[in-house]
Design a protein around this ligand. Structure first.
Ligand SMILES: *Cc1c(COP(=O)(O)O)cnc(C)c1O
Length: 418
């Protein structure tokens, strides 16, 4: 396992990139909504984008800029925008870049709420094709003259299908389409999205970046390799400065300022504290997840284990290549039919029955009847989600305690065997 980003950068980057006042080692949380100007011409210049600064904290604040600079730096990006949640980032990106009559190609293996948001896009006459992104030719076959964007997750939740990022990026380059990766499952410590040809990454900061289940957030990073000149939907008023900034400018103005999904300054600060320990937590999470997956695979009571770190996973080699030999913190399992899935989950004494993922604590839940309930049986089948599928989001506990909890829960559930 290797970490792509340097821990030194995670710990010292904030200070180096932003130089907080009064010798503070952190950009502090600044809660002022408004900003004073000594000269009205300065206020006018900031409003008109001719000078850097903040006018109203819905659009920008010092705390947001500090976090944005860090997250963009980690991805080697041209800039970033933070949002109140991951869903705010995804919806703002799509609503600010797409218009009626456009077509997009998205993964058929999507986070449940993103999948549900696609229905809303449909109401605005944006046509969506769902494809199996584990093979790039499916993406190629779905491309149309009006295709503006291809959107996929790096590792899908909960069945852990791994997208063919290089293949898809070639298709996008040939078709001048934006390639957007939701890299929530594989943060910058694991995936160099830019080297796999993505134009934009979006991510839920609520998960691994924050890491402690106490703050929501989302981010969008423009990786700086997309030619916005060939993107029809940029409004003339945002075609200012160099073309590399056109997309971000429109997303900031339309997606953040006008739609208002702003990340609060306090949340920016909390997320930047979480970011400091990203490498350590991901390292432990991934090694725990691999050990747990291998253990589950060896149990007679467990029928199937989905985890990209297992050598029999259909995309194991691809995952090794794309994610710096780490395989993420999500695994899912199916028990033998004779064992009651609910009895097993109820028998956990350490592992928490809860939604959410990317926490320091290990969490477990049935996928079909909870987060994917609204999707219905047909969509679930297309996503490979069995009715009895159990998702485990692995935390940073001591591995022997996790294995012990699974063992005792299996014993209890098996003894209730009908
Ligand atoms: C959680 C999640 C989101 C949404 O993020 P929120 O911060 O909860 O809004 C989007 N994509 C993926 C892959 C996620 O896991």
């Amino acid at each position: 396992m290797s970490n792509r980003v340097k821990t030194t950068q995670l710990v010292h980057g904030d200070r180096r990139l932003n130089k907080p006042q009064n010798g503070a080692v952190h950009e502090p949380s600044n809660n002022s909504v408004l900003f004073e100007f000594d000269d009205v011409s300065e206020l006018e210049a900031v409003f008109q984008g001719k000078q850097a600064g903040h006018v109203y904290s819905r659009s920008s604040s010092g705390s947001a800029v500090a976090l944005q600079n860090m997250l963009s730096d980690l991805e080697g990006g041209a800039g970033a925008v933070v949002f109140s949640t991951g869903m705010a980032a995804i919806s703002a990106m799509m609503f600010s870049l797409l218009k009626a009559g456009d077509h997009i190609v998205v993964s058929q293996f999507l986070f449940g709420n993103t999948r549900s948001f696609m229905q809303t896009l449909g109401n605005f006459d944006i046509d969506v094709s769902f494809v199996d992104v584990t093979q790039a030719n499916n993406v190629q076959n779905a491309m149309q003259d009006n295709t503006k964007m291809v959107f996929c997750e790096s590792i899908a939740n909960p069945v852990t299908q791994v997208a063919d990022l290089s293949g898809i990026s070639e298709v996008c380059a040939q078709n001048e389409a934006l390639f957007v990766i939701d890299n929530t499952m594989t943060p910058a410590s694991m995936l160099d999205a830019k080297s796999f040809g993505a134009s934009i990454v979006v991510s839920s900061l609520t998960k691994y970046i924050g890491g402690h289940g106490n703050v929501l957030g989302g981010v969008l990073v423009d990786l700086g390799n997309f030619d916005w000149c060939c993107f029809d939907n940029i409004s003339d008023i945002y075609k200012v400065s160099n073309t590399a900034q056109w997309g971000l400018t429109q997303i900031r103005k339309r997606g953040l300022r006008d739609m208002g999904g702003t990340l609060a300054p306090q949340s920016c600060h909390q997320l930047s504290v979480g970011l400091e320990t990203l490498n350590m937590r991901m390292h432990k999470t991934c090694s725990n997840a691999l050990a747990l997956a291998q253990f589950c695979e060896a149990q007679n009571a467990i029928k199937r284990v989905h985890y990209p770190g297992l050598s029999n996973h259909p995309h194991h080699e691809r995952a090794r290549e794309q994610f710096s030999e780490q395989y993420g913190g999500i695994l899912s399992i199916e028990l033998m039919d004779r064992i009651d899935m609910r009895a097993f989950i109820n028998a956990m004494s350490l592992i928490i029955c809860s939604t959410h993922l990317g926490d320091t604590r290990t969490l477990i839940l049935p996928a079909a009847t909870t987060i994917f309930h609204e999707n219905g049986p047909q969509q679930r089948a297309a996503m490979g989600i069995d009715d009895m599928l159990i998702r485990i989001s692995v935390g940073i506990e001591d591995i022997e305690d996790l294995l012990g909890d699974i063992t005792q829960a299996l014993n209890i559930a098996e003894s209730q065997d009908s």
